[in-house]
Design a protein around this ligand. Structure first.
Ligand code: HEM
Length: 538
């Protein structure tokens, strides 16, 4: 039959896939020479030494020796699936992104992950989960690189290496795999108290999801949408799972880690193979794009803050269905490269200093992880939009570029024009005004409030959820060797809630300190405590 020329995502490339798997009539070398034997080295007699001239032996072992690529520096452990996103049109008013127009279907690839464990670590550890989605839109790829928690540990990307150094295993003993049960983690989050909000989400049941299929996802940062008329709004992205939000019990998670460390990976694969396709509603919280970039007094550029759904409801804009498992883990799940800067026309970034740093980090890390600058040519990363760039050569170049003039304008290859009539499909950076301000290493004063939303989260929990949170803090802090670190974290708990602090302190056999910040009253947010919440009505 005709050679298969499609990528794993179904994109037509015109380039035949050379990999037959094991299905061909005969084996060949990488250069296509047929082999007679792949089980015996070429030797000087059956009992003699192996001959260096055996090309097949050298090639086979050389290639095997280089099968591994570096694992991701974070989110190393993950599982992916293909699917489709269907827009319901509700976002048409606020964005010109074509894939969000009513009825549009866009192929997607999603990778779920833990953050801190290595590639071979267990699935059901207490950790944040990655929820990264690649939308192969016909206007260019859109990557929504989110997590299953709506806030992040730090407010400025410059601290990312620090929080990850603190969360990863100790440099001397290379333990533990589970993120939070160790001194350096608690040292960091008790010294950088903006991390307390993300940390309480980790200590809640959200830290041990039952399945990838029962997780919410969040874009975390505030993004800016721009519509056909050039009008803008600020938004936060949310994924709501059809199956509701469900978690494991701590004891279940522990047992599963031993019995089936691949529990989440298996569950995702088995569900899709059985036709039980997981679904999520994509929704947005929409805020006016004011110069202050705040909503209800909440700083929208602070990634340690949420906007409660009671204040800004999540409006569904489309549905994601995962309906196909990868054929090859390495080629798809391992080689996929997400990037928060992959944006189609109609979606733009904001000045959130965490987001700004991420815009540099992903490209940079993938340069090493995927061996050079041409990783957009790897099948899983190829866009479903026409590509006409002026990027040339480099390691692992697969394209054979025609023409002689990769610059513009030129008078040899048609000039590489920007056709005037096509500007409507082009990306436009929103011309937001950048205030004239002194160059400083500083954060806005609003970033200093590290406790009010942590208190909101705690106040929103049901009694059984609170009990789980107390047990989680007690267990994780109990693993610390340094009493001063436990005491410093208890101080943070006192600043969140006296009962929480008292109960964890009792469990640790330590005195409960007094709060050092005023404990303002908060109104619980029912949406925060939503284990088992139902699929939003159509
Ligand atoms: C990977 C989410 C902050 C650097 C990832 C992945 C996710 C993610 C989901 C896994 C992607 C995959 O499956 O391949 C987030 C979220 C953040 C955040 C939601 C905050 C809101 C940061 C920051 C940095 C960073 C601040 C650096 C300054 C990285 C790197 C990778 C990664 C280097 C590995 C990428 C690769 O090797 O392909 N992140 N991240 N992240 N993230 Fe983040």
């Amino acid at each position: 039959g005709a050679p298969d020329t499609r990528t794993p995502t179904g994109a037509e490339t015109g380039v035949p896939k050379i990999a037959k798997g094991q299905q061909g009539a005969y084996l060949t070398t990488a250069n296509g020479a047929r082999l007679r034997d792949t089980d015996h080295s070429l030797k000087a007699g059956p009992r003699g030494p192996v001959l260096l001239q055996d090309h097949h032996l050298r090639e086979k072992i050389m290639h095997f020796d280089h099968e591994r690529i570096p694992e991701r520096v974070v989110h190393a452990r993950g599982a992916g699936a293909h699917g489709v996103f269907v827009a319901n049109g509700a976002a048409e008013e606020v964005t010109r992104a074509g894939f969000l127009k009513k009825g549009r279907e866009t192929p997607v690839f999603v990778r779920f992950s833990t953050v801190l464990g290595s590639r071979g670590s267990a699935d059901t550890v207490r950790d944040t989960r990655g929820f990264a989605t690649k939308f192969y839109t016909d206007e260019g790829t859109f990557d929504l690189v989110g997590n299953n928690m709506p806030v992040f540990f730090i407010q400025d990307a410059i601290k990312f290496p620090d929080i990850i150094h603190a969360g990863k295993p100790h440099p001397d003993r290379e333990i533990p795999q589970a993120q939070s049960a160790h001194d350096t983690f608690w040292d960091f989050v008790s010294l950088h108290t903006e991390a307390q909000h993300h940390t309480i989400w980790n200590m809640s049941d959200r830290g041990i999801p039952r399945s990838y299929r029962t997780m919410e996802g969040f874009g975390v940062h505030t993004f800016r949408l721009v519509n056909e008329a050039g009008a803008t709004v600020l938004v936060k992205f949310h994924w709501k799972p059809k199956l509701g939000v469900h978690s494991l019990e701590w004891e279940e998670a522990q047992l599963i880690n031993g019995i089936d460390p691949d529990f989440h990976r298996r569950d995702l694969y088995d569900a899709i193979e059985a036709g039980a396709y997981p679904e999520w509603e994509l929704g947005i919280q929409v805020f006016p794009d004011t110069p202050e970039e705040t909503f209800a007094g909440i700083d929208l550029l602070d990634p340690t803050k949420i906007v409660p759904e009671e204040l800004a409801p999540v409006q569904p804009i489309g549905r994601l269905t995962l309906n196909r498992t990868p054929r090859n883990f390495f080629a798809e799940t391992e080689q996929v490269a997400f990037h928060v800067g992959h944006l189609p026309p109609g979606i733009d970034v904001t000045n959130d200093p965490l987001l700004q740093g991420r815009l540099f980090s992903y490209l940079d890390t993938q340069l090493t992880r995927l061996g050079g600058p041409n990783f957009t040519q790897i099948p899983i990363n190829r866009p479903h939009a026409d590509v006409n760039d002026m990027l040339r050569d480099g390691f692992h170049q697969q394209a054979v570029h025609a023409g002689v003039a990769p610059y513009r304008p030129n008078s040899l290859d048609g000039g590489n024009p920007f056709p005037a009539g096509d500007r409507e499909h082009a990306f436009v950076d929103v011309p937001v005004t950048v205030a004239e301000a002194p160059k400083v290493r500083a954060a806005p004063a609003s970033f200093d409030d590290h406790y009010s939303q942590v208190r909101l989260f705690w106040a929103s929990m049901s009694p059984v959820e609170k009990e789980h949170i107390v047990r989680a803090y007690t267990f994780e802090l109990g693993k610390c060797y340094h009493q001063a670190i436990k005491e410093r974290q208890l101080q943070s708990l006192a600043n969140i809630d006296p009962v929480l602090c008292e109960q964890v302190a009792t469990g640790l056999g330590l005195p409960a300190p007094q709060p050092t910040v005023p404990l303002a009253e908060v109104q619980p947010s029912p949406a925060l405590s939503q284990v088992g919440r139902e699929w939003p009505a159509d």
